[in-house]
Design a protein around this ligand. Sequence first.
Ligand code: ADE
Length: 226
Amino acid sequence: MRIDIITVLPELLESPFQHSIIKRAQQKGLLEVNLISLRDFAVNKYGTIDDYQYGGGAGMVMMCEPIANCIDKLEGERDYDEVIYMTPDGSPMNQQMMNSLSLRSNFIILCGHYKGIDERIRELYITKEISIGDYVLSGGELAAAVFVDAIGRLLPGVLNDETSALSDSFQDNLLSPPVYTRPENFRGLNVPEILLSGHEAKIQEWRHTQALERTQCRRPDLLEEE
Ligand code: ADE
């Protein structure tokens, strides 16, 4: 999978992909993440990429030309499955969305700033708009990092234990059951007996019940979906 991220702040995204699972995904050649500086496509030598909004009002708008020229260049080099714009008014990101996008190959992610991007770019270029939650970040970069992390770990061969992504919270619309490791007793609290029993079927049943109870209690909305 190849993910090209268009940003005015490439420095902000240098570190998040250089650790742990996403680093390993890149080292294994399963994921390629490229940071493209939008300033390289600025309309003048001062690096201008934004301008005042028509109709007045506070906040700058990211201009059409730099974004269009940048995407045109990328699309001239290869085909993309989606051109994604990270924005608080996009479709809420969830595990099902990430599962299905993880089957695709090439993405452009455009990170917004200021008041956002000129609406005409959304009309002409953007194929998918994604929000990571009902709050406003100061830019789309951290949302893009969340996207890359969530999708990267789903790519076959990235996680050591191939089944582990399948038992994550939200797969099956359920939160994960509680987990324990050594010691058996910590400050008077014991690991549930069933987990020490070695009885695989009963353990699976217990975990499922726990997942259901936890979901019912914390996120009943997930059980109502579909
Ligand atoms: N940019 C600013 N806020 C955002 C959000 N909540 N999700 C995605 N991109 C954003």
